[in-house]
Design a protein around this ligand. Structure first.
Ligand code: NAD
Length: 463
């Protein structure tokens, strides 16, 4: 924050894109009130009426895909192809929600003795979302579309780096037919945010970001007894078991680490490889990482763009250096390049051990941590010893064994077998332990901010 303004900066050119004033307390209050006012009508619309508007938002996202993608790449340095894919995913979330929302949120009849009863999924009111910069469109779409489908009002406090994307999305929603003010964007400081959490008209809080910020926000919401959903960071482990297809594992783990310039909560971050495959994995992985060149994210051929900010880049570099000073082996990369833009090279750390940031913490950028395990059992033990638990992966030719390990033993919210993936509109997305709680997507996400109201009607009493 500089002199009460937000300044967005292009990570490739280090040039200012735009300057926005922070809102005064009164302006922020007006945004909250406008969302609540619009909610009072919106909550009475039928599920089908709401679904029509959600479907129209999906259509509008496809119409404006290129413009939105270019804006995101300018603001946060994403590869342009990843930005386009992100808008497609947002449109797919709208399609899914428009189709399945009315089913998931319909009234449900329930058996009770001596009466008839039903459960209505009533909206709760205005839901406040605090979101990060790594997916400027998707992060804001995934909670807002579910909440709007449920009949709620929605507020967004986006990360400062992608202020333009938040405002673009608000205008797009309104162009598609969402009532004005229902989705309100706040340009506020963290202190002002605490007051929004406490505001009487705000009925729920959903936050995606670091576990440090998540703890603060959940504590603030706890003081005023408001429900939170927390989607936090992780250091997702991908297990390469004795019977893995090694070529597939290397190729997938390279792509899984570098996706979105390595700045995704569910990037594959730690590779836990059994002794049997370890040396071959490190060699093949390092060879592929070494061939990754950094470049302009607007060029379709670029494989690795800049990181979002100087601060994030320097933090990653410090974590790499500390890991090396504590015994990790630097195999590829690890040097800040002498060029404009917040670039960090594709970096491989091997022999990563407890006590090193590359083992314990989240490396939020293009640096891979490779860890040796004695055997399959030890690999799972290492994965589960993390304080995080968002996603993870298993490479094994025995799919039945992998399914059992995923379902019964892997202590995370999502597991990918012989693959890497990010999010699917129909599957619950979220974590356990320090990765947070609550779910986005699927029927689970649609019901996070509803009041499951029990309504019981007495059977006619005999005269
Ligand atoms: P961050 O926690 O610093 O910021 C995220 C958002 O929270 C921003 O809007 C920021 O302004 C806001 N924020 C931070 N402190 C706040 C406070 N005290 N009060 C109010 N708002 C506050 O995270 P970041 O560095 O921008 O994002 C990267 C982190 O997000 C990584 O840890 C990543 O794994 C995580 N992430 C998680 C998911 C998920 O779905 N689990 C998705 C994307 C990113």
């Amino acid at each position: 924050m500089a002199d009460n303004h937000i300044t967005t900066i292009n990570p490739l050119t280090e040039e200012v894109i735009e300057t926005y004033p922070f809102m005064s307390d009164k302006e922020a209050e007006d945004v909250v009130k406008a969302s609540h006012e619009a909610f009072l009508d919106w909550r009475l619309k039928s599920l089908d009426e709401r679904a029509k508007v959600i479907a129209a938002i999906g259509k509008k996202l496809r119409e404006k895909k290129e413009e939105f993608a270019q804006l995101m790449t300018r603001e946060v340095g994403k590869l342009i192809g990843d930005s386009r894919d992100e808008v497609d995913l947002c449109a797919a979330i709208c399609d899914y929600t428009a189709k399945e929302g009315p089913v998931a949120l319909a009234d449900e009849e329930r058996e009770v003795d001596g009466a008839t009863a039903f459960v209505s999924h009533a909206p709760v009111g205005v839901v406040y979302g605090i979101q990060p910069w790594n997916f400027p469109a998707y992060q804001a779409v995934r909670y807002s579309i579910a909440s709007l489908m449920a009949g709620n009002g929605v507020l967004l406090k986006h990360a400062e780096n992608c202020t333009g994307s938040g405002e673009f999305l608000r205008d797009l929603y309104e162009e598609a037919g969402l009532p004005k003010g229902l989705f309100g964007v706040l340009r506020i400081t963290h202190d002002q945010s605490d007051a929004i959490i406490a505001h009487d008209l705000v009925r729920g809080v959903t936050m995606t970001g670091s576990d440090k910020a998540g703890r603060h926000i959940a504590a603030k919401a706890g003081e005023v007894v408001k429900k939170t959903v927390l989607e936090l960071g992780s250091n997702d482990a991908y297990l390469v078991l004795d019977d893995a297809d090694l070529d597939l594992a290397v190729k997938t783990c390279v792509a899984g680490r570098l996706y979105n310039n390595g700045q995704t909560c569910v990037n594959a971050k730690r590779f836990i490889v059994t002794e049997k495959n370890y040396d071959a994995f490190v060699e093949a992985y390092a060879k592929q990482f070494d061939a990754i060149a950094m470049g302009d994210p607007t060029d379709d051929n670029t494989k690795l763009g800049p990181m979002v900010s100087r601060e994030q880049r320097d933090k990653l570099h410090e974590q790499v250096e500390e890991s090396v000073s504590k015994g990790a082996r630097l195999v590829v990369g690890g040097e800040v390049p002498d060029r404009k833009g917040w670039f960090y090279p594709a970096t491989v750390l091997a022999d990563v051990k407890p006590g090193q940031p590359a083992y314990e913490d989240e490396l939020f950028g293009p640096a891979a941590s490779i860890i040796k395990a004695k055997d399959d059992h030890d690999a799972l033990r290492i994965a589960n010893s993390s304080r995080y638990g968002l996603g993870g992966g298993i490479f094994s030719k025995d799919v039945e064994k992998a399914k059992k390990l995923a379902a019964d033993y892997f202590d995370t919210g999502m597991v990918f077998i012989n693959s890497f993936d990010v999010a699917s509109p129909s599957l619950p997305f979220g974590g356990v332990k320090d990765s947070g709680y609550g779910r986005e997507h699927g029927p689970e996400g649609l019901k996070e901010f509803v009041n499951a109201k029990a309504i019981k009607i007495a059977k006619k009493v005999a005269a």
